[in-house]
Design a protein. Structure first.
Length: 232
C-alpha cells in the first residue's frame, strides 16, 4: 500500500531524514518509535507532502506521490492526524467532519453514517463547536475527520498525548478496528510504548533520521532494546 525508498529531507541546510526505507501493507499497523527530535514527525510531514523530500521516492498503491501537492496526496488516500489534533475549534463537529470529506477522491461530501458507529459520542455533539469538546473527544473528532476522506493510509502523530488513560485504550481499539475492518494501513508515532506495541503489527525505531531497528512488538518489549534506543 505504501512504499518509501531512500527518503532524505532537510530543514534548510540541516538534514533531518537520512535514507528512510519502509513498506506498509493494506490493513497493517506500523509503530514508529524513537526519542524526541529523531525525525518521526518530519517523516510524517514528508509523506503528506507538507515538506518535500530532497531525494527518494514515495509510492501509494504503486503510484509515485513524492512530488505532489498535499491536497493531491490527500485525494489519493493519505490522511494525517497531526500532533495536537489540528481540529478547527470554532467550527462545529459536523463542519469539521464535512471538511474531512473534501479529501475524498470521488467528490462525495456527505459524512458517512458509519462514522457515527465508530464515534457515537460525536453524533450527539454535531452542533457543538470543536473547541468545547474534551481532549479525548477532540482526538476522536480528528480521527473521524480523517476517516471522512476515505483514506488508504492514516498517519497518526502522538494520538494519546494529553488523553486520559481510559480514552487512550479506546483510541487503541479504534486504530486496530480501522485497520482490520476497513483495510487502512496505519503509521503510528507514539511515545506511549504500551499503546504502540499493543496495536502494532510491526515496530520500527528511528535514531538521528534513520531507521535503526525493526521487529515484532513482542521483541521490542525487551528491556535492553528499550534502554538502548528509547531511554533518555
Amino acid at each position: 500500500m505504501l512504499r518509501v525508498a531512500a527518503i532524505h529531507a532537510a530543514y534548510g541546510s540541516v538534514p533531518v531524514l537520512n535514507g528512510i526505507d519502509l513498506g506498509l501493507e493494506r490493513g497493517e499497523i506500523l509503530a514508529l518509535l524513537g526519542r524526541n527530535g529523531v525525525g518521526k514527525t518530519t517523516l510524517m510531514r514528508v509523506l503528506i507532502g507538507v515538506l518535500k523530500a530532497t531525494s527518494g521516492t514515495i509510492e501509494l498503491a504503486g503510484q509515485e506521490v513524492s512530488r505532489l501537492a498535499p491536497h493531491r496526496i490527500a485525494h489519493l488516500g493519505i490522511a494525517y492526524v497531526p500532533q495536537g489534533r489540528g481540529i478547527f475549534p470554532r467550527l462545529s463537529v459536523l463542519e469539521n467532519l464535512k471538511v474531512g470529506t473534501r479529501a475524498r477522491g470521488d467528490g462525495k461530501e456527505i459524512v458517512p453514517e458509519e462514522i457515527f458507529v465508530y464515534f457515537p459520542v460525536l453524533k450527539a455533539r454535531l452542533t457543538q463547536t470543536g473547541g468545547t469538546l474534551s481532549g479525548g473527544e477532540q482526538q476522536m473528532l480528528a480521527f473521524a475527520r480523517a476517516l471522512c476522506g476515505a483514506p488508504k493510509v492514516m498517519l497518526l502523530d502522538e494520538p494519546s498525548e494529553g488523553i486520559q488513560p481510559n480514552i487512550v485504550q479506546e483510541l487503541g481499539r479504534l486504530i486496530a478496528t480501522f485497520a482490520s475492518e476497513r483495510g487502512i494501513a496505519v503509521i503510528l508515532v507514539e511515545q506511549n510504548i504500551d499503546l504502540a506495541l499493543q496495536v502494532a503489527h510491526r515496530a520500527t525505531i528511528m535514531e538521528k533520521g534513520r531507521i535503526v531497528h525493526e521487529g515484532r512488538p513482542e521483541e521490542l518489549r525487551d528491556e535492553a532494546v528499550l534502554r538502548r534506543y528509547l531511554a533518555i
